[in-house]
Design a protein around this ligand. Structure first.
Ligand SMILES: C[S@@+](CC[C@H](N)C(=O)[O-])C[C@H]1O[C@@H](n2cnc3c(N)ncnc32)[C@H](O)[C@@H]1O
Length: 290
């Protein structure tokens, strides 16, 4: 690897965004490895260059060809930096509120027949989604004394997962978390230069297991099935064939009568026969034929 200090970043950025051949190789690797589909369009040439130029300067890589070689060689730090630069981690608390309105009713139905609830949040990003789910469960009266909760939150991006497991958020990210929820489930940290910040209480954070997981790493191989899976706002980055495969494997990971939540903008064409639409962007797993 070479010293990158001599790269003027604007010139470097332009050189990368003009390298269509290199782009195609990287986009192929990205799609095969993560499912993220970035077709070769002028907008994506710019997007990839802007996401990668800083990372490449940090890693001392001059060209897409050099980066591609490192990816093929299996350098884990380069692979991690590349994948994390190209994931989009946008998220918010109680995003797509409709799902949080119907969740209590769904949970109530499930726990009538079980003493354990198994939940998986499969693209958890920085944690806003799993903590929103958890607060909704507890607010709706889910009883941790009478029912065991197994809650797995995963993402392909380790850096956002680390932030999720810390559970620290700036006040401006918490606009959709009411002050009563904040004082019940979070503690205010001492003010720093970063401004007002709040942290989820340890008792809450300890209820969630955060782990790396790639949605296109088939087969999934879980020992136990889940009652509820949230997999929202990640399928939009995959092509239709990959969406169908992921939904099929998610359906397999669901218990009979379990529920799959996807993003409201992800309800398009691909249909999985074992999943029945219940509500907007909510599916119920049908009983498997015996
Ligand atoms: C836009 S965020 C959505 C976060 C959250 N589900 C929500 O709806 O607010 C998409 C997340 O999917 C993750 N992701 C992308 N490809 C993935 C893959 N192949 N396996 C697991 N997670 C992936 C990204 O790292 C990112 O954190």
């Amino acid at each position: 690897m070479s010293d990158a200090k001599d790269f003027p970043s604007a010139e470097f950025f332009h050189r990368l965004s003009a390298d269509e051949n290199g782009y195609r190789k990287l986009a192929d690797w990205l799609k095969t490895t993560t499912g993220i589909h970035m077709p070769p369009t002028p907008k994506n040439f710019t997007l990839m260059a802007s996401r990668l130029s800083k990372v490449m300067i940090r890693l001392g890589l001059r060209t897409y060809a050099e980066l591609h070689r490192n990816l093929l060689d299996g350098d884990p730090s380069v692979q991690k930096a590349f994948i994390e630069a190209l994931t989009t981690n946008k998220t918010e608390f109680f995003r797509e509120a409709h799902h949080f309105e119907i969740l209590p009713r769904i949970v109530e139905n499930i726990v009538q027949h079980k003493t354990e609830l198994r939940l998986w949040c499969a693209a958890a990003s920085r944690g806003h989604e799993p903590y929103s789910i958890l607060m909704t469960l507890l607010e709706s009266g889910f009883n941790l004394q009478t029912h065991r909760l197994k809650f797995l939150a995963t993402d392909i991006d380790q850096t956002v997962l680390e932030a999720a497991s810390k559970g620290v958020y700036r006040a401006d990210e918490l606009m959709d978390v009411s002050s009563s929820l904040r004082s019940k489930y979070m503690v205010k940290l001492r003010d720093t230069a970063a401004g007002e910040r709040w942290k989820f209480r340890d008792e809450l954070r300890n209820l969630i297991t955060f782990a790396g997981f790639n949605l296109v790493g088939f087969p999934y191989g879980f020992q136990h099935k889940f009652d509820i899976i949230f997999c929202r706002n990640v399928l939009i980055y995959f092509d239709p064939k990959t969406v169908l495969k992921v939904k099929t494997h998610l359906a397999e990971a669901l218990a009979a009568d379990g529920y799959l939540f996807i993003g409201h903008s992800e309800t398009g064409a691909s249909r999985v026969p074992t999943l029945q639409t219940m509500e907007a962007a909510v599916f119920k797993k049908l009983q498997e034929a015996s």
